[in-house]
Write a protein of this length. Structure first.
Length: 276
């Protein structure tokens, strides 16, 4: 079975469903959001925050923390869910998402949302920002790691590849790219808009240590992230994921890339998907 089929068939456990329920609080509370883009990210963020990252919820700017930049900022509802779950801010705030005066906007803002490392949403910016942070860490002889999650459609941007060349030149072993490869971007399938394949070979040619994985498989994600500390150059992980994962009517459905004004029937369908 190939990785795309594996990501389709992977069943969600209680924790993954719980984190999705927190995303629904944002989505339904604000009556809008990038639902599909958030749901493909959950397991990646879950493993990073549950098992890998060093962070301090009561002191979010601790200088020794690992940095996680969500470059595909439109997937921020997943980031808000995990940050609230980890105690960076109250879960009660999730329901205020996208409302007037809320700290939780349609894209994440640095210095406004505790735990957010960069204001993102203008696609292609996260990798260069993360690169600068990783290079700064080396200069200052700091031991933290920088992880950047990018969308597949996002790497159409030239700034991603410019950052990749510089990371390769400096052999930044503390710089890690994660690609949420759900194969759908805002205007259609990635293979139709601007085909990325052969993606693994392209990334290797830019100097990354590259691996591919089912992005919803918790065990395989844990195994991968625990071994990257042994790699002596920048790494790139291609995570084969499903847009809208966990909601049968939204999976790989461009209509659910972004959604406004949910009907009562849609709200019920969303909630019911997490009950079984």
């Amino acid at each position: 079975m190939n990785l795309e089929k594996q990501s389709h068939s992977t069943k969600l456990d209680k924790r993954s469903k719980y984190l999705r329920s927190l995303v629904l609080e944002c989505l339904i509370g604000g009556d809008r959001g990038h639902m599909g883009s958030a749901m493909s990210l959950i397991e990646i963020l879950r493993v990073l925050y549950d098992d890998i990252l060093k962070y301090y919820p009561k002191n979010p700017k601790h200088e020794d923390r690992d940095r996680l930049i969500l470059s595909k900022g439109h997937g921020c509802l997943a980031l808000y869910a995990i940050l609230a779950d980890k105690g960076f801010f109250s879960k009660k705030i999730l329901k205020t998402s996208s409302k007037f005066n809320s700290i939780l906007g349609g894209h994440p803002e640095f210095d406004k949302v505790p735990g957010v490392e960069a204001s993102t949403g203008a696609l292609g910016h996260g990798a260069p920002i993360g690169l600068g942070i990783a290079l700064g860490a080396r200069i200052k002889k700091k031991k933290f790691n920088t992880f950047v999650i990018v969308g597949d459609g996002e790497i159409n941007e030239g700034s991603f590849w410019e950052a990749s060349m510089i990371a390769s030149k400096h052999k930044l072993e503390n710089f890690h790219i994660i690609i949420d490869y759900n194969k759908i971007q805002s205007y259609g399938k990635t293979r139709d808009v601007l085909d990325l394949e052969p993606l693994k070979q392209k990334l290797q040619s830019f100097g990354y240590e590259v691996d591919e994985i089912n992005g919803h498989d918790i065990l395989k994600l844990k195994t991968y992230f625990k071994k990257i500390k042994k790699i002596n150059k920048s790494s790139a992980l291609i995570c084969h994921t499903i847009k809208g994962k966990g909601f049968y009517f939204a999976e790989q459905n461009p209509f659910w890339h972004h959604k406004n004004f949910f009907t009562e029937e849609e709200k019920i369908k969303l909630i019911e998907c997490l009950r079984y």
